[in-house]
Ligand binder design. Structure first.
Ligand SMILES: [Zn+2]
Length: 455
């Protein structure tokens, strides 16, 4: 073995020389000259320089503050705005939709259950391992509901031990969180939360038979669609709680119920919820679509062309109207509810609560990707500044997911970002003017991606 040493040393010296000759910027992408909105909520930085390598951000500075390493691929972004990859905090992913999210700059989704747990986990793994092009996925697996469950894929639980078992089943296959649904009552919630705490699984709650303050005090991580707030605010919550024995009856009464709340009560409930540290994913876009479901032009709005004709979940408005029997009086009530919902979101934010942007796509009229931009616009209409609305769709979503390396553009974070042709702080519609998207350090042009599914 000793005889091999001199050639070994020579070889090592050769490798060292080659390494020394290779430019330090090999494999580095330098994005130079854009206005940077970094996701933290800080004011934008002009003339930003972002160095990306191996799927991560190496450095963020101003142009000329640090050198672009020799050999780096430099891309001029003068006149453009860079924001972090968007996070949809409330999605029901379907396989056809994953590329659509990417094309719209959504690089992470929090999937709250539509499929079976196994198929949701399989799709998450396909996206996260890169075997299909899609966003990073955090999934709850199938929903946990009371009995009978609202959806056939959900797990219906009748007793405390059923509830614990449903939590265990999701933990064992690697769900990232849990989603509870409208028929979960306080007696079922207590053992469910206990088991979830043992297994360290956060709980996202679409409430019905439990009011929001009770669920928040029990430790749920997030209130989805602001469900349960009407029950917490109403003088007499009993009719709402019992209406939720049947999904559609509960939904209709609760959605209309917002209109009967007074502003003082809404503010009080918002502050009580902030005190529990629960997060809210308001999905204003869902409420807005419900209030306008009788408007057939929404099926033809720009962006709907991204939805395949076979995607019944988005397109089947007629079927939903048939099931719900909603008519003009219901739509009028839903429209009267909207200002109260907006007020709740404002009060919750003002009191320091965490609001994350979510779309509820791919439900009726809610387009994967596009509808998160619609949510951002509705947050602005409700009283958020454009910067706050972008933060709700980036850093706040990451905080909800406990994902420190997402939702923020800084050294060491993942290289998920969106390059915009306009300035969203001057007009929030600019978040939809996407020049290109970077996912895990890889450049993707939305138009090229669209060509692959147009075939
Ligand atoms: Zn949902």
């Amino acid at each position: 073995m000793k005889g091999l040493r001199p050639p070994g040393r020579l070889f090592a010296a050769f490798v060292f020389l080659v390494a020394a000759c290779r430019p330090a910027g090999d494999g580095v992408i330098a994005l130079a000259g854009a206005t940077l909105i970094d996701g933290s909520g800080r004011e934008p930085v002009k003339d930003a320089l972002i160095l990306v390598k191996g799927g991560h951000i190496e450095a963020v500075a101003r142009v000329n503050e640090i050198n672009v390493p020799r050999g780096a691929r430099e891309i001029s972004l003068i006149g453009k705005t860079v924001i972090p990859g968007l996070i949809d905090a409330h999605a029901h992913i379907e396989r056809w939709a994953v590329e659509r999210y990417v094309a719209w700059g959504v690089t992470t989704v929090r999937d709250l259950g539509a499929m079976t747990t196994d198929s949701a986990i399989a799709l998450r793994n396909d996206c996260n391992l890169g075997s299909v092009l899609g966003p990073r996925v955090f999934t709850a697996g199938a929903m946990i509901d009371g009995v009978p469950p609202t959806y056939p894929t959900a797990t219906g639980v009748a007793t405390g031990s059923d509830a614990r078992r449903a939590v265990d089943q999701r933990a064992v296959v690697g769900a990232d969180l849990l989603k509870i649904y409208t028929k979960i009552t306080p007696p079922l919630l207590a053992p469910l939360m206990d088991e979830a705490a043992t297994l360290r699984l956060p709980v996202a709650a679409h409430l019905g038979k439990t009011d929001a303050v009770t669920a928040a005090k029990a430790g749920v991580a997030s209130l989805e669609h602001m469900a349960g707030v009407v029950q917490a605010a109403a003088l007499n919550p009993a009719p709402y709680l019992s209406a939720h024995d049947r999904f559609l009856a509960g939904w209709t009464l609760e959605e209309s119920g917002w209109a009967s709340l007074d502003s003082t009560t809404v503010a009080r409930v918002a502050r009580a919820l902030v005190a529990t540290h629960v997060a809210v994913v308001p999905t204003l876009v869902l409420h807005e679509m419900l209030a306008r479901l009788d408007n057939p032009t929404l099926l033809l709005r720009p962006g709907m062309e991204d939805v395949p004709t076979s995607a019944a979940s988005v397109r089947d408005v007629a079927g939903l109207l048939q099931r719900t029997r909603w008519r003009a009086p219901e739509f009028q009530a839903f429209r009267r509810a909207r200002p109260r919902q907006d007020q709740f979101v404002r009060e919750f934010k003002r009191a320091g609560g965490l609001i994350a942007a979510g779309s509820d796509a791919a439900n009726q009229l809610l387009v994967p990707g596009l509808s998160l931009h619609e949510e951002i616009g509705l947050l602005v209409a409700a009283g958020f500044t454009p910067l706050e609305a972008i933060t709700a769709a980036t850093r706040k979503g990451a905080q909800l997911l406990h994902a420190d390396s997402l939702g923020l553009l800084g050294a060491g974070k993942v290289a998920d970002l969106v390059v915009l042709d306009g300035d969203p702080l001057r007009g929030i519609l600019a978040t939809r003017r996407i020049a290109w998207v970077m996912l895990r350090g890889r450049l993707i042009q939305p138009d090229s991606l669209r060509k692959t599914w147009a075939k």
